[in-house]
Design a binder for this molecule. Sequence first.
Ligand code: NAP
Length: 244
Amino acid sequence: MGEVALVTGASRGIGAAIARSLADAGYSVAVNYARSADLAEAVVSEITMSGGTAIAVQADVSDADAVAGMFATVTDELGPVTVLVNNAGITDDGLLLRMGVDQWDHVLSTNLRSVYLCTKTALKPMLRARSGRIISVSSISGIAGNPGQSNYSASKAGVIGFTKSIAKEVGSRGITVNAVAPGFIATDMTNALGEAVTEGVAKQISLGRLGQPEEVASVVRYLASEDASYITGQTLVVDGGLAL
Ligand code: NAP
C-alpha cells in the first residue's frame, strides 16, 4: 500500500482543493466530511475519474468515537494514514460580551479538540513506521487576532502552539508537524460575510485579491512532500500579504 492522506473537512473549500491536489500527487485520499455527503462523493468521483484513488468518510471530527471509527475505516480501505491534514473548521463570530459558552465550545471543539483527537490517532502507526506528516490548517486570525473572532482566533492560535509541541515530541521519529495560516480565501466561509466585506478586505491585501483554495492546497502539498523533509514546527502564512 502506498501513501495515504486523510483530509478532514474535504467536502468543499480548502479541504476539497487539498484532497484533489494530494490525489494528483499520487496519494490515496480519504475525503472526510460532517454533513455534505453529496459534495464529498463529488470530490471522490472527480479524483477517481482522473485516475486517482479516494473514498469519502463521514465523521464529526470533534467526536472521539467518530474519529476512531473514521481512522479504522480509512486504514481498512486504503491502509495506514501517512499524511494527516487537519483542515475541518468553522466560525461562529460575535463580540466576546455577547458570546455564549456553547458558541465558544462549539468552535473550540471543532477547530482544536479535533486536531488533538485526529493527530493522536494518526501518530500511533506513524511512530511505528518512523515517518509521517501532520499538517494543520490554522489561520491568520490565530496570529494577528480579529475582533468578533475570539473563539476562532483562540482555536487557531491553539493549533499553532499544538503544532510546535508535537513537532518537538515526534521529530526524533522522522515525523514532521507543521501548520499553514491562510488569510482570506474564497470559500463558503468567506462568501457568508457578503460582497461588501470581502471587497473591503481585498483592499487590505498586498496582492489586491482573495486567495483561491488551490493556493493553500499547493503549500500543504509541498509540506507533505519529501522536498519539505527538514521543515517542522512551522506555520507558513498564505495570505497574499494581508498581515504584513
Ligand atoms: P468551508 O468551505 O466552510 O468548509 C468547511 C469544511 O469543514 C467542510 O468540508 C465541512 O464539512 C467541514 N466540517 C465542519 N465541521 C466539521 C466537523 N465537525 N467534522 C468534520 N468536518 C467538518 O471552510 P474553508 O474556508 O474551506 O476552511 C477550511 C479550513 O481553513 C478551516 O479550518 C478554516 O478555519 C481555515 N481557514 C479558512 C480561511 C478562509 O478564508 N476561507 C482562512 C483561514 C483559515 P461539511 O461540508 O460536511 O459541513
